[in-house]
Each structure stands twice: as C-alpha cells, then as structure tokens.
Design a protein around this ligand. Structure first.
Ligand SMILES: [Zn+2]
Length: 183
C-alpha cells in the first residue's frame, strides 16, 4: 500500500474575510479533515486549522521554497475524486472526520492521487456521523456553518475505504467506551 499522502508545509491561514473566494479557474479536489472544536484541521498536520472565511496558504517549512515544489511533497492536498482519496488519503485518527471538496489555486502541481496547491479553501464539507460523539452531530454541523459552504453528512463506509473504515469505527467505539467509563 502506498504511504498516505497529505498536506505538508502548511504554515498559516492568510487573513481574509468572508468575501474571499477561490478564483473561477481553481482546481477542485477531494480531501479529508479532522474536526475539532467546530473547526476543520488538516489530517497530516493536526496543528493546522482552516479558519472560516480564510484562505489556507502553503509554504515549505523544510526547504523554505515556494510551495508546492515539484521535487518535494509540500502543498495543500486534493485528490481528483472520492475513489482516489479513499485509496490514498488514509485517515486513521479516531476523532471526528469530515470529507469534502477543496478549491486549490495559485501554483498547482499534479500529484499521485490528484493535486498539490499553493492556496486552499473548502468548497463543501460532509461530516462522518459515525466519527462524532453521540448527540454531538447537530452541534458540529452548526459550528461548520461558519465556513459558509454546504455542510452535510456522509456515511463512514462511503467516505473511507473498507478496511480503514472498520479500523476507524472500532477506534471510535473504544474511545467512546473509555470516555463513558471515565465519566
Ligand atoms: Zn517543499
């Protein structure tokens, strides 16, 4: 199996406002996010929050060059379709997961499963209900409305490839059980 492909070298959100839109010629790919505190976070760079109404900008921290770079793996990732994402965008954290589409623009390079872009912005977000704590789904969906893009849900078995979905479902169940015991 290929190593998971995911964001590298994301440093910050560029200040913007809700009027900021991706340009009409932006490439639109598929990707996963983790959802924490009602905000989208990169899966491979958990510290990177996608702030509502702002554009996420990539810069290569390792090499210091402009991102993405052809000889590197930096950039904001987007897969060409959901099936490519399911094959390459592994997501093995037992936390709230969302899948959706992302606009990529600026400098955009081809990558194994799709593209790596310089700038990224969510276009649509689907929360995976099985990965959200019981009773929290409405709260999560309401929080994500801050992004000003369509928000809905997608079943775990549709969002994530079979084996990974099984592992995630098991982890989520175990995490929930341990929280119940602790509480
Ligand atoms: Zn780089």
């Amino acid at each position: 199996m290929d190593a998971p492909r995911g964001d590298r070298g994301l440093i910050a959100s560029v200040p913007g406002d809700s009027a900021v839109r991706a340009p009409g010629d932006a490439v639109v790919g598929w990707r996963y996010w983790q959802v924490a505190g009602g905000r989208l976070r990169s899966v491979t760079q958990r510290g990177t929050e996608w702030k509502p109404g702002q554009v996420l900008s990539a810069r290569c921290m390792g090499a210091g060059h402009r991102a993405p770079d052809a000889g590197c793996d930096c950039g904001v990732y987007g897969a060409r379709d959901l099936e490519s994402l399911r094959q390459h965008g592994l997501c093995l954290a037992p936390e709230a997961v969302a899948v959706g589409r992302v606009a990529l623009w600026g400098r955009v390079l081809d990558d194994t499963a799709g593209w790596r872009g310089q700038f990224g912005r969510p276009v649509a977000v689907s929360v995976v209900p099985e990965m959200v704590d019981d009773g929290e789904l409405d709260t999560v969906l309401a929080a994500l409305a801050a992004y000003g893009v369509p928000v809905d849900t997608m079943a775990l078995s549709d969002a994530v490839a079979g084996v990974t979905a099984d592992v995630l479902a098991h982890q989520a169940m175990a995490a929930r059980a341990s929280r119940t015991r602790a509480g």
